[in-house]
Write a protein that binds this ligand. Structure first.
Ligand SMILES: [Zn+2]
Ligand SMILES: [Zn+2]
Length: 232
């Protein structure tokens, strides 16, 4: 990767405000350090292979989100990606500067619920993001929509069992599902399943609760704390 491209990566992600001049000076180095610190990389200010890979991974995720078939999903920041980002920002009520900084990135990851999904505001203990596909590379996190019934079930489990709730798996894209050994018709693919742990409760206790809920189609203990539950 050329120095100019490295500067583009940092500039596009909101870490670098200097010129794209191909000179790795103090400003470039400081920007690289900031990026590395925020992403648990060795903060050496050298934009080496691991840092390059991380920046490309993040930019790919963004490109998948903003592409309308016109930009390459290559993980490389450039004018086209910047323009497409500005367009996305315009459509999502952000300042269209084309820079995928922290605000833009966080908005992308917690995409506003599509219309007709305002029931999410009635969910007390979970956010939409907690149910996103956790593959981190094959999809944008939302290969499908979570179904209201299963999210309300998880919310009720959290309320009635009185412990913090942790979702280890909600939505899954098909590649992630295959990677984690899910069956090919898993209800995680269609937003009708959740793998949930309630703090302070064993899987047996959570499972017993799940089995008393009328809408549960199938539930089982995954290990000593997590329980899979799904609905029709
Ligand atoms: Zn996925
Ligand atoms: Zn499951």
């Amino acid at each position: 990767m050329t120095i100019k491209q490295r500067q583009w990566q940092l500039y596009y992600l909101g870490y670098y405000g200097g010129g794209i001049d191909g000179i790795w000076g103090a400003q470039s180095k400081a920007a690289a350090v900031r990026f590395q610190k925020e992403h648990a990389l060795d903060a050496d200010g050298i934009f080496g292979p691991l840092t390059i890979a991380k920046s490309m991974e993040i930019i790919k995720t963004i490109q998948k989100e903003i592409t309308d078939g016109k930009i390459a999903i290559d993980g490389l920041a450039g004018q086209e990606t910047k323009d497409a980002t500005a367009q996305w920002q315009r459509e999502n009520g952000l300042t269209p500067d084309g820079i995928a900084g922290a605000e833009t990135r966080s908005k992308m990851l917690q995409l506003p619920a599509p219309e007709g999904d305002d029931w999410w505001s009635g969910i007390q203990y979970f956010s939409r993001k907690e149910f996103a596909c956790k593959c981190g590379r094959y999809c944008n996190g939302y290969p499908a929509q979570m179904q209201r019934g299963i999210v309300e079930l998880a919310d009720r489990a959290r309320g009635e069992l009185k412990g913090a709730g942790f979702v280890s798996s909600g939505l899954r894209c098909s590649r992630h599902n295959a990677n984690v050994g899910g069956v090919s018709d898993s209800r995680h693919l269609t937003g009708k399943a959740v793998d949930l742990r309630i703090e302070g409760k064993s899987a047996r206790q959570t499972l017993a609760w799940a089995q008393r809920q009328p809408e549960v189609r199938y539930a089982y203990a995954i290990d000593t704390s997590f329980v899979h539950m799904d609905i029709e």
